[in-house]
Structures are given as C-alpha cells and as structure tokens.
Design a protein around this ligand. Structure first.
Ligand code: ACO
Length: 347
C-alpha cells in the first residue's frame, strides 16, 4: 500500500508521475496537479554541465551504482536550491523532483559513454518511463514497453523501512541535506542483499542458460549453502505481491518479443527453490527478466531500481525533515568488561 492505495491498483490504473505525487503529498493528484508535476519532471531533465563532465571523467573507472552515487552527491554543488539542509518544504520538494527527473540521464549517460557513445539529450515531452528507455537506447520505445517500464517504476517506488530508505532517513535525521541522504540510500541499495540482487539474478539465469540445467544447478547451490538471489525477504514469508505482477509482465514481454527462454528459466528456478526451501521470490526476481526484455543492460538493473525508489526515498526524507528527530538505535555491548590499561611494551 502507498498512502492507503493498493499498489496493484496503482500499477494497473495510474502512472509513475501520479505515484510520485502521491508519495510526496499523500493524495493522488487532480488533473491540474498532475499536469504541474509532469511539467516539472520534464522541465528539470537536462543535467548541469558539471555533472556531464564528471561522467565523462569517471564512467569508465566506476561501477554504474558508484557512478550514480557520485553524480547524485556531486549534483548538490549546482542545485539551484543550494546544497545545505533546508527546512523550506517547497525547496525540498523542488530538489526531490529535480533529482527524480535527472536520475535517468545520470544512469544512461555513463552507460553510453562506457559503450563509446555520446549521452542522449533527454526528451522534453515523453513520460518519465518512456524517457528513461529513450535516453538508454537513443530510440523511442514502443507504447507497450514504456507502459511496462512505468509499471515497474510504480512497483519499486517505496517499501516500508527497507535498508536504503532507513539509511536515507538516518542521514536526514542528523539534519543533513537531501543529496546526502540520497547518496546514503544509493550506497545502501547497491549491495546484493538489497537492490543489487536483481543483477545477480540475471547473472544466475544467464549462467544456467537452459531450463534442463535448472534443477541440478539450483540444488547444487542450495547444497553448498549459497543464497539464491531474488528469493527470501525479511518481511514477506509468502510471495511478494509485486513478484506476482512482475511474473506476468515477464511472461507477456517474453511472448511479445518472441523469446520466452528467460521467463521459462525464471519459472523453473522458482519451482525448484520453492519446493526445496519453501522460499518465495521477492521483487528482484522477475524484475531481472523484465528489465532484460526491455533491453536494459544487466549492469544497470540496480540503477533502474534506484530511478524508481528515489521517489520513495525523497518522500521519506521530506517527511523526516518536516518533523525531525535524530535516529539513534541502541546497541548492546557484549565484549570484555572494565579492565586495566596495558602498556604497549607489555602486550
Ligand atoms: N536462498 C537460500 N536460502 C535462503 C535465502 C535464499 N535467497 N533467503 C533466506 N534463506 C535461508 C537462510 O539461509 C536461512 O536459513 P537457515 O535458517 O537454515 O540459516 C533462512 O532462510 C533465513 O534467512 P535469513 O538470511 O536469516 O533471512 P533474512 O531475513 O536475514 O534475509 C534476505 C533476508 C537478505 C533478503 C535473504 O532472504 C537473502 O539473502 N535473499 C537473497 C538476496 C535477495 O534477493 N535480496 C533482495 C531482497 S528484496 C530487496 O531488498 C529489494
């Protein structure tokens, strides 16, 4: 649920732009509010020259998620609303929309440079999801692909107090600024136990390569006590409802693209993991096949997750700054008790 709305209803009825507004304002926008937020998102897409230069300098020597983290951090330098923390709610919302709007360009630019291509200037009128696919490939996506990208963005937008959201709130809770909080969040999403799992899922699918190899490979991994990426969740002990939708999107895309292999391998992995361990897929599992079918390079999967989750992160940070209290978890020390200092020469 986002602000009381079932995510499934949002996936089938709304757009990512509506969901951004919902997360930031806790109400769905009316027509003129939607027009306004859409115009803001379209109008903020062009990156500052400093950011463009930075990606030229660093893209070939950093991983995509590290590049994204660095670009978001650096973007604070030239943000028109400044780099210091602000209790000005409107300024924080402008900064948030600016970052959401620019993330596709911060993801696609370095990737194109890595492939020896120049970044594509963003569209000024495509929807957010369509523009994301456009700046990656330089080609206008089909309406069907843009719709599925949009649905993926909606599904990944927010998810209770997950690790990256918590990191963002902890950073904002010290009265640090939005760019710093987003930098913490991206750094936290990167790990394979969180957002990084989707890249590992597709690596596993590629390595397995065919349905007839699934059982042996998965059982081997389980016997070696290896984690199967894309399965298990700290909160869900049943199938993540977003995985159910993503499974259908993967099936639909595979059939439409005439290439059902990756979907079939995903299904076979699910059957074995579920029967052997009773584990269910999380949001990262079928997202891997969906992103692949959409033509997104595997090493960008986690960055694409960030392009969506930044809507939720910013909503949380704006809320934190609006009514702040330092987040300071307690911990229990279990080491040695009080003892006498030992001089260096006596150790
Ligand atoms: N493959 C195999 N076994 C698993 C898996 C898995 N994917 N997930 C959990 N288990 C097993 C553990 O080995 C453990 O077994 P044990 O009790 O015999 O030791 C038991 O299930 C409990 O697992 P924990 O890791 O303790 O569960 P926790 O809540 O700490 O971890 C996590 C949740 C990190 C998501 C875990 O399930 C995992 O590593 N999954 C794979 C990575 C992944 O898909 N991450 C993305 C999560 S969704 C997201 O962040 C967007």
């Amino acid at each position: 649920m986002y602000a009381g709305y079932n995510v499934t209803d949002l996936v089938y009825n709304s757009t990512f732009e509506e969901v951004i507004y919902l997360l930031h304002h806790r109400e769905l926008p009316n027509a003129s509010q939607l027009e306004q937020v859409t115009a803001q998102l379209c109008g903020e897409r062009v990156l500052h020259d400093f950011t463009k230069q930075l990606m030229v300098t660093l893209s070939s020597t950093t991983s995509p998620m590290s590049m994204l983290r660095t670009l978001v951090s650096a973007a604070s330098a030239y943000d028109p609303d400044g780099w210091v923390v602000s209790t000005d709610h409107a300024a924080n919302q402008r900064k948030a929309i600016r970052l959401i709007s620019r993330l596709p360009q911060m993801i696609s630019g370095p990737e194109r440079l890595r492939g020896g291509k120049w970044p594509v200037e963003p569209s000024t009128d495509l929807g957010h999801a369509a523009n994301l696919l456009y700046v990656l490939s330089g080609e206008y996506p089909s309406d069907e692909d843009a719709k599925i990208m949009d649905q993926c963005l909606i599904m990944h937008a927010d998810h209770t107090m997950n690790a990256s959201t918590f990191a963002a709130r902890v950073t904002a809770g010290t009265l640090s600024d939005i760019h710093s909080a987003m930098t913490s969040a991206i750094a936290t999403l990167k790990g394979p136990l969180h957002g990084g799992a989707n890249e590992q899922v597709f690596e596993m699918i590629l390595k397995i390569g065919s349905v007839d190899r699934v059982a042996e490979e998965i059982k081997g991994r389980l016997a070696r006590k290896e984690k199967i990426m894309g399965f298990g969740h700290r909160v869900y002990k049943a199938e993540d409802p977003r995985a159910t939708i993503l499974r259908e999107l993967a099936r639909e895309l595979g059939e439409r693209k005439g290439d059902t292999k990756w979907f079939e391998i995903s299904e076979a992995i699910y059957e074995v993991v579920n029967s052997e361990k009773g584990l269910f897929p999380n949001v990262d599992f079928y997202a891997a096949a969906v992103y692949h079918y959409l033509g997104i390079p595997r090493r960008l999967f986690t960055s694409i997750f960030a392009a969506s989750r930044i809507s939720g992160w910013t909503a949380h940070v704006i809320e934190q700054l609006h009514n702040n209290r330092l987040i300071r978890p307690d911990s229990e020390y279990i080491g040695p008790g009080p003892r006498d200092y030992i001089q260096l020469g006596d150790r």
